[in-house]
Design a protein around this ligand. Structure first.
Ligand code: NAP
Length: 299
């Protein structure tokens, strides 16, 4: 077993891949008791195998952040196993929905918010009574630099990550008197399954979509975007936020963390919009659509 045994415990949502899985491995290797929760238990086979081979104290409870019952069952079981002492929750589960907002259905937007925002709310609410009761614990949420800047075509994902900015800031203030620490991680782009599993709005790819040129510009820019494939700096930040006695609220990390996390608040909106219009080749407003000809009215 790497590291010594550590009495502390951590629950991570969305541990099947990417940041969630890497976080589970990081804390397990440090000797923590890790609840690496998954919405699909079969997706945890290789993590369970690794844990067994390294002697880690790691289990993979089923937890779907969009399902009240699944959250209540998983958290109830974890609190029983830890005698009510869960030290850290990492709200990590999420996915990337994109597309023109007009072409995004209410259901598609609702599903994005249900996972990325209400999912965080559900799981955090479930662990808080135990954390408040013992006046301790840390809630770390994986937000995004997409919660600090906005690009066209990424409205659904931005809506979720901007919502987290406000929700987590308010929650941190509410939990201060109870000794529960709250931190928001704001990663720039890292190479994970987030992008292979991204969900474009179903209507976005209609060839007749008025947004087709803008969507093509977005995809071209997204393909050129450099993503870091080394998660180490991000894991270091998550670990620091999770273990600090008095963590700060926001933790920007990764590429664009300077331009998006630190610089953006000082860039006037007009200048930012001009830069976006240049990047996405929106030089000037389009002429009005030609008048519609209704064939039934033809003589
Ligand atoms: N990668 C980046 O560049 C980046 C940047 C900023 C923020 N983030 C944030 O980091 C977090 C993790 O993303 P990632 O990059 O590691 O991508 P990822 O590899 O796709 O991981 C996403 C995880 O969330 C899980 N998940 C999705 N819906 C769920 C649900 N309803 N219940 C439980 N789990 C669910 C997925 O499980 P399944 O395997 O079952 O789908 C998967 O384990 C996300 O919140 C993302 O927004 C990522």
């Amino acid at each position: 077993m790497e590291g010594g045994l550590d009495a502390r415990s951590i629950l991570i949502t969305g541990s099947s891949s990417g940041i969630g899985r890497a976080t589970a491995e990081r804390f397990a290797a440090r000797g923590w008791r890790v609840f690496a929760s998954l919405r699909r238990p079969d997706a945890g086979a290789s993590l369970r195998g690794l844990a067994a081979s390294r002697g880690w104290r790691l289990t993979t409870p089923q937890l779907d952040v969009t399902d009240d019952e699944s959250v209540a069952t998983a958290v109830g079981e974890i609190l029983r196993e830890t005698d009510g002492r869960l030290d850290v929750l990492v709200n990590n589960a999420g996915y990337y929905a994109y597309g023109p907002l007009e072409e995004t259905s209410s259901d598609e937007l609702g599903a994005q918010l249900d996972t990325n925002v209400v999912g965080v709310h559900r799981v955090t609410r479930a662990v808080l009574p135990a954390m408040r009761a013992r006046r301790g614990g840390t809630v770390v949420t994986i937000g995004s630099l997409s919660g600090r800047v906005a690009l066209p075509m990424v409205g659904p994902y931005h809506a979720s990550k901007w919502a987290l900015e406000g929700m987590i800031e308010a929650w941190r203030l509410e939990l201060y008197p109870f000794g529960v620490r709250v931190a928001l991680i704001e990663p720039g782009p890292f190479e994970t399954a987030l992008y292979t599993n991204e969900r474009p709005a179903a209507a976005a790819d209609r060839p007749e979509s008025p947004y087709a040129p803008l969507l093509a510009s977005y995809r071209r820019e997204a393909a050129r975007l450099g993503r870091s494939d080394d998660l180490t700096p991000l894991l270091d930040v998550i670990e620091r936020a999770a273990t600090a006695a008095n963590p700060r609220l926001r933790w920007p990390v990764g590429r664009t963390s300077f331009s998006a996390g630190r610089l953006r608040p000082f860039v006037p909106d007009r200048l930012y919009e001009w830069i976006m219009r240049m990047a996405f080749r929106m030089r000037r407003p389009l002429p009005p659509d030609p008048p519609r000809t209704d064939p039934s009215l033809r003589l």
